[in-house]
Design a protein around this ligand. Structure first.
Ligand code: FE
Length: 146
């Protein structure tokens, strides 16, 4: 089955065929990425490599390479996780009701590969009032050229 008919923006790696099983995901990803992307883990606050990045660029999915966020929408939330006011485009992130750990939160996942990204909260800054709180381990940073 192919999803190439979607308008989802992807990088070169985003055109790779997706693993069909969790065993294949485990073989493709580092143990740290697997725990977050495929098992809904959370990296320790303040531990992520992408909490602060220099320059502008795009954050792609650490699972499939889909382009998810831009430095233009990144802000310092003080949470210890990379935070964004919005996704790079419509339809590239899915939301799910998450009632784990005695909380009611909205989980966000990559629409292309289903990888767990983090959560979205209604306490962000303008212009959206949203805070996409994302694990560094769920992302890769692609600096803009030039
Ligand atoms: Fe993905």
């Amino acid at each position: 089955m192919s999803d190439h008919g979607h308008a989802t923006p992807t990088t070169a790696t985003g055109d790779q065929e997706l693993p069909a099983t969790e065993d294949e995901w485990r073989a493709r990803l580092s143990p740290e990425r697997f725990a977050v992307l495929r098992q809904k883990g959370t990296e320790p606050a303040g531990s992520g490599d992408l909490l602060h990045v220099a320059g502008s660029g795009v954050f792609t999915c650490g699972g499939c390479g889909a382009e998810l966020f831009s430095t233009s929408d990144k802000f310092e939330s003080g949470s210890g996780w990379p935070s964004f006011t919005r996704a790079l485009a419509e339809g590239i992130i899915e939301e799910h009701d998450d009632r784990s750990y005695g909380m009611r939160r909205t989980e966000i996942t990559c629409a292309r590969c289903g990888g767990h990204l983090g959560h979205v909260f209604p306490d962000g800054p303008r212009p959206t009032g949203l805070r996409y709180c994302v694990n560094s381990l769920s992302l890769e940073f692609q600096p803009a050229e030039g």
